[in-house]
Design a binder for this molecule. Structure first.
Ligand code: UDP
Ligand code: MG
Length: 309
């Protein structure tokens, strides 16, 4: 018998916990026929509602269910990392509790693993039911990432992924504090099969992400997997030096031909504003990377456990 570990991060999801359990366990028969047992690990990411109580109810009924409860909200990335650490399975899958990652896809995914793939990843081909402005920025993010990062990050990729033990061990070897799991999956490599599905809307409750949070998260993704913005700072520096040099030549030549050196105060102000703006912008980019480095060198734990069952 081999073991499949299902990792499920939850943050204030009391309505979804039991619903997810029922949907997931519909696969029990299939996996039994494949000689695979299941374990389900709920990672409670510091929920303030009845999520923990709901999970405990399930634990009292089914010994396949486990709980890791954080001391506070550490974010989904930390929750997934904790799940990878706690999972004992030969195969490991991460899934959202809100049923946006359909458990009915698991048999198909497992089939590919049996055929020799190391991981089966999912991406949604539509963004139906999502605010258009959000879809637009999401698409932009993936397009920029494709250009500036060597790591492959698929448009519409979800964190819903079935992996072998070997791949999860590789992910665990990346102990960085600023975790951008979509990038980490791509970075570790291995043979990955992509399968596509139509976007499913959340079953219960509401999303934990607003536009601003997603925007900051995308900046995390960029700084974690690309140093191209730093390059941008140097390139702008070079560009403005060349521009300044041409201007100097122009002014000297004009003075020699026409005389009259004192004019052009407005243009001077514009130039100062522009260049100082660019300088602040570049210092800001430096600051972003410095801040990430600062958090990284502290080597703080990625999560803290309050209770484990
Ligand atoms: N989640 C989490 N910690 C957080 C935010 C979210 O563990 O700080 C979990 C959440 O419970 C859900 C999954 O991450 O299982 C995805 O969150 P959500 O559905 O809100 O995101 P969306 O699908 O809207 O991108
Ligand atoms: Mg969701």
């Amino acid at each position: 018998m081999s073991l499949l570990s299902v990792i499920c991060p939850c943050y204030n999801e009391e309505e979804s916990v039991a619903l997810f359990y029922r949907e997931l366990m519909k696969n029990t028969e299939y996996f039994q026929s494949q000689n695979v047992e299941m374990e389900l690990i709920y990672i409670d990411d510091g929920s303030k509602d009845g999520t923990v109580a709901e999970v405990k109810k399930l634990i009292s009924e089914d010994e396949r269910v486990h709980l890791v409860s954080f001391s506070r909200n550490f974010g989904k990335e930390a929750a997934m990392y904790a799940g990878f650490e706690k999972a004992k399975g030969d195969y490991i899958v991460t899934m959202d509790v809100d049923l946006q990652d359909p458990p009915s896809l698991l048999p198909e995914m497992f089939g590919y693993i049996k055929n020799g793939y190391d991981s089966v990843a999912t991406r949604r081909v539509s963004r139906k039911g999502e605010p258009p402005i959000r879809s637009f920025f999401a698409r932009m993010f993936y397009r920029i990432m494709k250009k500036i990062s060597k790591t492959e990050i698929m448009d519409g990729a979800r964190d819903y992924r079935l992996m072998t033990r070997q791949m999860v061990d590789a992910i665990l070897s990346m102990t960085e504090y600023n975790r951008f799991t979509k990038g980490i999956f791509g970075w570790v490599g291995f043979r990955t099969k992509w399968i596509e599905f139509e976007n499913v809307e959340r079953a219960k409750g509401e999303t934990k992400w607003n536009f601003w949070k997603l925007f900051l998260y995308s900046l995390d993704g960029i700084t974690a997997f690309s140093t191209a913005p730093l390059m941008l700072a140097s390139m702008m520096g070079v560009f403005f030096c060349v521009l300044a040099f041409l201007m100097i030549v122009f002014i000297i030549v004009r003075k020699l031909i026409f005389g009259d050196p004192v004019s052009g105060w407005p243009s001077l102000v514009c130039i100062i504003l522009l260049t100082s703006g660019v300088q602040f912008f570049c210092t800001g980019i430096l600051g972003q990377y410095l801040a990430k480095t600062y958090m990284e060198v502290k080597r703080r734990p990625i999560y803290l456990v309050r209770e484990e069952l």
